[in-house]
Design a protein around this ligand. Structure first.
Ligand code: NDP
Length: 284
């Protein structure tokens, strides 16, 4: 029930109309009877300072920040959690007695999801990461922070892979290398984990894969490879390779885990992950 004591938790992004966060967070708030409501706001980049100032004026309990604001919001905050500072991106703001503190739950959400299914040791693992956008950045920061032995990054636009690889140097001691398209199949053939952090389909149908460089990867899906596709709500690589007996997971668990971690930061309560999963089941 919304009363005069109900507090606001906002999502700031541009666009936000397809976000599943309101479903996830309002389900969690209801399970625990937290007197707060979670609402999404489409905020173009030029209005971000006003929006954050507005949340301060309204005494909002906190916020999520999504594309394209995850880095631009940092100078607008009072303090950063160590993980957000290390990664240089914020997806969660907590109002701590009037101080807006920035956190990052994308990277730990990625890790929690990965470890929910893959039981190996990252310090002896080689990972091939496809993509160099926001999701890839969270994955790379998480993997480097865990001391992954070797991170290989491939991206359609090579210079973005090079920039992400450079950022990786500050995130952990492991080695990072850009993989050019002509070496992609060879790289995929020897890694322990393959992460698809692109928004493209992979081998959705053998006759019409959306990433042409990956057509040749059809043969390399080995039984000892683990595939994590961060996409959800569409036919993912995870489904395609799982049908061939390769261990795989899609992006639903990461989505729920990062949301659960944000919920815990705002409320101090353990996130009701099962109810959150149920809230978005079949939603996308
Ligand atoms: P960005 O727009 O930041 O990055 C998109 C990435 O996909 C870039 O690396 C881009 O390459 C690549 N890409 C896009 N189209 C193609 C194509 N046709 N062929 C090859 N590469 C392509 O998006 P995000 O990083 O935010 O999101 C990426 C995916 O991850 C999305 O599907 C999103 O839904 C999912 N995601 C999942 C989350 C979860 O919690 N599970 C969280 C966040 C995102 P280039 O640089 O060349 O343009």
């Amino acid at each position: 029930m919304i009363t005069a004591g109900t507090r606001l938790i906002a999502l700031l992004g541009h666009p936000v109309d397809h976000s599943l966060s309101p479903l996830l967070q309002n389900a969690a708030l209801q399970v625990h009877g937290v007197p707060a409501v979670y609402l999404a706001f489409d905020v173009p980049p030029a209005r971000l300072p006003d929006a954050v100032q507005g949340l301060r004026a309204l005494g909002a309990a906190g916020a999520n920040v999504t594309l394209p604001h995850k880095q631009a919001v940092i100078p607008l905050l009072d303090a950063l959690d160590a993980e957000a500072e290390r990664i240089g991106a914020v997806n969660t703001i907590v109002n701590r007695q009037g101080q807006f503190v920035g956190y990052n739950t994308d990277a730990p959400g990625f890790l929690a999801a990965l470890h929910s299914r893959w039981k190996g040791d990252l310090s002896s693992a080689a990972v091939l990461l496809l993509g160099a956008g926001g999701a890839a950045r969270a994955g790379a920061a998480a993997l480097m922070g865990q001391g992954v032995k070797e991170l290989l990054i491939w991206n359609r636009t090579g210079r973005k892979a090079a920039a992400l690889c450079q950022a990786c140097e500050a995130w952990g001691p492991g080695s990072c290398r850009v993989v050019p398209s002509e070496e992609l199949a060879q790289a995929a053939g020897r890694v322990d984990i393959l992460v698809n952090a692109t928004s493209a389909g992979l081998a959705a149908g053998a006759s019409n894969p959306e990433i042409k460089e990956l057509e040749q990867l059809d043969d390399i899906y080995r039984q000892d490879l683990f595939v994590m596709d961060l996409r959800y709500g569409t036919r993912t690589l995870a489904q395609t390779v799982a049908e061939r007996g390769v261990q795989a997971m899609d992006g639903w668990e990461m989505l729920v885990r990062q949301a659960g971690m944000s919920f815990a930061l705002w409320t101090g309560l353990q996130a009701p992950l099962d109810q959150m999963r149920a809230a978005v089941q079949g939603a996308a």
